[in-house]
Design a protein around this ligand. Sequence first.
Ligand code: MV4
Length: 448
Amino acid sequence: MYQRILVANRGEIALRIFRACRELGIETVAIYSEADRGSHYLELADEAFCVGPARPADSYLRIANVISAAEVGNVQAIHPGYGFLAENAHFNEVCRSCKIDFIGPSPEAMAKLGDKNVAREMAKKAKVPIVPGSDGLIESADEALRFAHEVGFPVLIKAVAGGGGKGMRVAANDLALKTALQQAQTEAEAAFGNGDVYLEKYIEQPRHVEVQVLADHHGNVIHLWERDCSVQRRHQKLIEESPSTSINQKTRDAMCEAAKRMIQQADYTNAATVEFIVDKEGKFYFIEVNARIQVEHPVTELVTGIDLIKQQILIASGEKLSIRQKDVKRQGCAIECRINAENPKKNFQPSPGKIDRLIVPGGYGVRFDSHAHSGYEVPPYYDSMIGKLIVHQPTRAEAIRTMQRALAELRVDGIHTTISLHQEILNHSAFVEGNIDTTFVERTLSIG
Ligand code: MV4
């Protein structure tokens, strides 16, 4: 087992990893930018190094500085968290060449799954349902038109280097397709340095359901059931829950088995999330694999009783999974609300600044993962999420009640937050009835 791990991240996920390491008896090395200097959560690490100025490109994304901190800190492994370098195959490769374990998949598996068209091909081989789509990349407008007439409009143009909704464009007819194709290729080239695109039939008003998977270096792969992430706005997830209200048990079993086949096909190790969309008829389709631990991992931890960060560390250190598939029971319902420093009344513009007072909810079934505290200065340079409020109860109705209570207790004075938005969603009949798809927020709420 490792003696020391560097956590190449900041905020709540860095704190989450410090805590898991502390319990495993592993020392931790933190990194921080000038903007995060003096943050309280850094005190929960054993050592901390400044890796540069506030801008992510000059600090958390500066590979040479992160690796230098790892060398000086004399660590055996690096946990990347999510975002920043978590899915950067080059950084993964640099860790390997410096003989530092990357707590995640191999660079090869990460690179393959980062190409959304390669991932589609792998899904086909693994007999995982995919959306009817082009057979590989689209080279010309004529080819795109031919495909679109085959499956029928609307179609979705996707960048192979995209993901998470980036580099996507919907086209409803021939003329729109020609324009959208050019725009998507230009945008993808600019954003990812790779303008390659492929096409899929556009599944309207889908549900977004993802399956958590763990795979060790000894051929063991287990799923830890699904999470429903349909409540989102402009590809930013707001609320996640398990189990999903979108699928029945037959679909759930098929989706979870498909997720395991996908991970086996990709020769993947460590934690992954296999993402699907579900259409109105209840059919599911593979979308992409997220080769990292996700923000919403506590939802799965609460319903399965499994600490996913500890499992990641044990797998990376070479240990065999001690959990067999038949041991993965799911109990109750968990719901997570992302608490962002944003103003829902001003188009969700970021609301950095000083938290004059933070009062954290508690009581039975309540967890609050956050690095924030009274007097904490929310910096303007990074993601606006300041914490995650997660509840766990035997039934969804009870979980909703507990979340409503916890949101009413939560106090974040001095900045704007998404608390009121979550209260509106939790009180909405469509949410209570479990009748939500990915267009729910934009379509029904006053915030649009
Ligand atoms: C789709 C889709 C509908 N049809 N693909 C791609 C990125 C992933 N995170 C979600 N993606 C989607 N892929 C086809 N063929 C719908 C989504 C999707 C979505 C799309 C637009 C706006 C919000 C969305 C939220 C979840 C899923």
